[in-house]
Design a protein around this ligand. Sequence first.
Ligand SMILES: Nc1ncnc2c1ncn2[C@@H]1O[C@H](COP(=O)(O)OP(=O)(O)OP(=O)(O)O)[C@@H](O)[C@H]1O
Length: 360
Amino acid sequence: MAKLEHTASEELTLSSRGYKLFKVLGEGSYAKVYLAEYRGNTDDKNKPRQLACKIVDTTKAPRDFVKKFLPRELEILVKINHPHLIHVHSIFQRKAKYYIFMRYAENGDLLEFILKKGSISEAQSRVWMRQLCLAVQYLHDMEIAHRDLKCENALITSNYNLKVSDFGFARYVTDGYGKRLMSDTYCGSLSYAAPEILKGSPYHPKIADIWSLGVILYIMLNKAMPFDDTNIKRLHEQQTNKQWKFRSKVVDNLSSEVKKLMGHLLEPDTSKRWKVEQVLGSEWFGMDPRLAQLNPAEQAAMIHAQEERKKYMDTVRKKSISKPVRDDISKDVSVLKKEVEQQEREKLANLSLPSMIIDE
Ligand SMILES: Nc1ncnc2c1ncn2[C@@H]1O[C@H](COP(=O)(O)OP(=O)(O)OP(=O)(O)O)[C@@H](O)[C@H]1O
């Protein structure tokens, strides 16, 4: 078992707030995730609540991550609220560490689940894929792209519900004036990266998210990766030539509807790749009438995202009246880069960390 790396004073600070850390649940590039317990502020003090705690140690992460990605992650985490996104309980900052307490997913991540239990049945894949798509639709409505959708970031609860986690690479995809921002930073895992990302040119991050959904669906159904990702050039060739096929073990048991959908997700031409709304409206989801309607929590979250979007668009409209129309930034990557860097600097200068963050 991985070593717990907490000092006594760190434990004391956490315990004074009702938190205790236990074993390591997982480890990412710059963070460790622990099983945690929360005792404070509950009706019954004897009944602790299990949580997961992601600890980011900024002294161990590169400058770019600390200055750019971490503030974005925190900004986004405090804004989002959706039944299929992992719920954040609280965020603390102490010295150089950030503690993100969130809902604990008892069944681990989707990759662990598949490795342990095997490929997922088509019916169960449909349920999880719908939950994934609703979470992505919510983010995209809020003008946020996840940019690191993968099986390790899809967590499974004790009730077998899927929750999307890890907003470490997430970002807003339009600027304050409503202009669509392209991404030119390579984010996420190679195996889930869309062909336009591998090409290295600026890409639309929402469209690239859909490709990653395709890779996740493929892995669920096949317990295998769609492409050989040991060589980037070869991977890109396979992606653009649509060189993937279902495993012979499963192909005969899969519906034509899921096969068709797979093609729309793993579509190398970005202008033809489906948007999340098209995916949710696909015949494949239509095959299960229980999935046709949103439950009250899903509906409330969707309305919230649409209201936020309307507010955002109103602000954008007001701003654009008072500001001359700018050139299409997608035409000039160097202009885009400068603008994004300037925005990041302004954001950092203005970033008043949310009230739930306590610096001690
Ligand atoms: N809420 C949770 N409940 C249970 N396990 C979790 C939870 N959050 C994270 N994990 C586990 O910890 C792993 C790493 O978490 P996370 O992806 O948030 O860290 P990260 O440092 O951002 O990772 P990466 O470098 O891959 O982006 C997950 O893949 C999962 O196995």
